[in-house]
Design a binder for this molecule. Structure first.
Ligand code: RNT
Ligand code: ZN
Length: 422
């Protein structure tokens, strides 16, 4: 088995070399690209604020009731370890504030401190992983009106500002302890179900709240701020305060990272074309790689054309240092560990095919207005033997091949997940 993988790789490497592409170098580059694995796929965006509590709301919703969901911190960590063992490379953990370790005693969002996250930081440190962080502005009584940072009530806004301030400080401390900047991403669900009478005031309040939330200067080597826009959510179909234009303006004027979530635009609008535009004006990007099916459905990421286009844009930009890649999907209708593995491996495969592109040659064709050769080569590249390179990468990283990883998940399902009765 291993032998055939090595042989197939040797042949593939040779074929790529004939195109002027160094497959070995592509694998080295791939190994240097961390993906931020979202904790919330493990328990359907539940979190651990209150034992056994179902936390949804805020216009996001996981659907399905596949058995075996993580019910505790320990279970989630075990599941994450399992998923990570099936994904080649070293990655990051993307944590939401509602996954705090409160020792079983409720701590409200405006009271959280570093100590509630220290066990996660230690967990990441042991695995030599970086961490990213998210204040949680949903699933809370003070978000029940559908407004948080833009709420008309000043006291409610202040509560959420305080949450954000604390999260940034915690994020910075995570980044400091782990030796790699934490991206702390602000997403709020604020919006109206039906046609607003006033579109302006909530946006003015949001701008003011964000300025207060971000007022403290933090070391960018420890914490980077990102803001995430959205088009609509369940119950916020007509108007979202933090729209794309709002946050684009905010990120450019305040020099924040802009988070582009693949599911947060009109159904035919894609984020692959936005990367090069936005990068010209903001210090960095955070990508929420997701798969919208007709709407912001957060389906598990598959290896489709748009994923490959996003990966190509990331690689072609040459600004991997400024592009932070996270996953954002939650499917409760299939095995949750398999969901992580499928989505992450697909993203890595897409990045690999992008790294195996003869970028200079394609650019030269374009520079000579030889669009015939450009199109012919782009199509030819689709049938190049990148799967052999991918299998070799998995083998080298001690991770099961495409055909084998599911067996591992099945075994874990029998041994571990099926014993959880939630
Ligand atoms: C919601 C946003 C946001 C969330 C996570 C859980 O529409 O995409 O990123 O999915 O914060
Ligand atoms: Zn998102």
């Amino acid at each position: 088995m291993d032998k055939t993988i090595e042989q197939a790789y040797a042949l593939a490497r040779e074929q790529y070399a004939q195109l002027g592409v160094d497959a070995e170098k592509a694998l080295e580059q791939l190994a240097g690209i961390p993906i931020s694995l979202h904790c919330w796929q493990g328990d359907d965006v539940g979190g651990f604020e209150r034992a056994g509590a179902e936390l949804s709301g805020g216009g996001i919703q996981a659907t399905g009731n596949y058995p075996g969901k993580a019910r505790t911190l320990e279970e989630l960590r075990k599941d994450l370890d399992k998923a990570l063992s099936l994904i080649p490379g070293r990655h990051r953990l993307n944590l939401h504030a509602c996954y705090l370790d409160n020792g079983g005693r409720f701590v409200d969002r405006d009271q959280i401190e570093l100590r509630h996250f220290q066990s996660w930081i230690d967990w990441a440190k042991e695995r030599r992983m970086g961490m990213d962080f998210n204040p949680t502005f949903f699933s809370h009584p003070k978000a029940a009106d559908g407004f948080t940072l833009s709420h008309p009530d000043k006291a409610i806004r202040q509560f959420w500002i305080e949450h954000g301030i604390r999260c940034r400080r915690i994020g910075a401390e995570m980044g400091r302890q782990l030796g790699s900047a934490t991206v702390t991403n602000v997403w709020i669900p604020d919006g109206f179900k039906d046609i607003p009478a006033d579109r302006t005031a909530p946006r003015e309040r949001l701008k003011e709240s964000l300025d207060a939330l971000f007022a403290e200067r933090l070391d960018p080597r420890c914490n980077l701020d990102a803001v995430e826009s959205k088009l609509f959510g369940i119950g916020a179909e007509s108007y979202t305060v933090g729209s794309h234009e709002f946050y684009l303006g905010y990120a450019v004027s305040r020099q924040k990272l802009l988070c582009l979530d693949a599911g947060h635009f009109h159904p035919t609008e894609v984020i692959s074309d936005k990367i090069s535009s936005v990068l010209a004006f903001v210090p960095g990007l955070l990508l929420h790689v997701s798969r919208p099916v007709r709407w912001d459905s957060d389906h598990v990421v598959i290896l489709d054309d748009e994923l490959r286009a996003v990966a190509r844009e990331i690689v072609r930009s040459g600004r991997l240092d400024r592009i932070h890649i996270g996953l954002d999907f939650f499917d409760a209708s299939i095995n949750r560990i398999a969901a992580w593995v499928i989505g992450s491996r697909n993203l890595l495969k897409a990045l690999l095919t992008a790294l195996l592109e003869p970028a200079d040659t394609l650019r030269q064709f374009e520079g000579r207005f030889d669009y015939t050769a450009r199109l012919a080569w782009m199509e030819m590249l689709k049938t190049m033997p990148w799967p052999a390179v991918w299998e070799y990468y998995c083998l080298k990283n001690n991770v099961p091949s495409e055909r084998r990883w599911l067996e591992e998940v099945r075994r874990y399902e029998t041994d571990v997940l099926s014993k959880r009765n939630s």
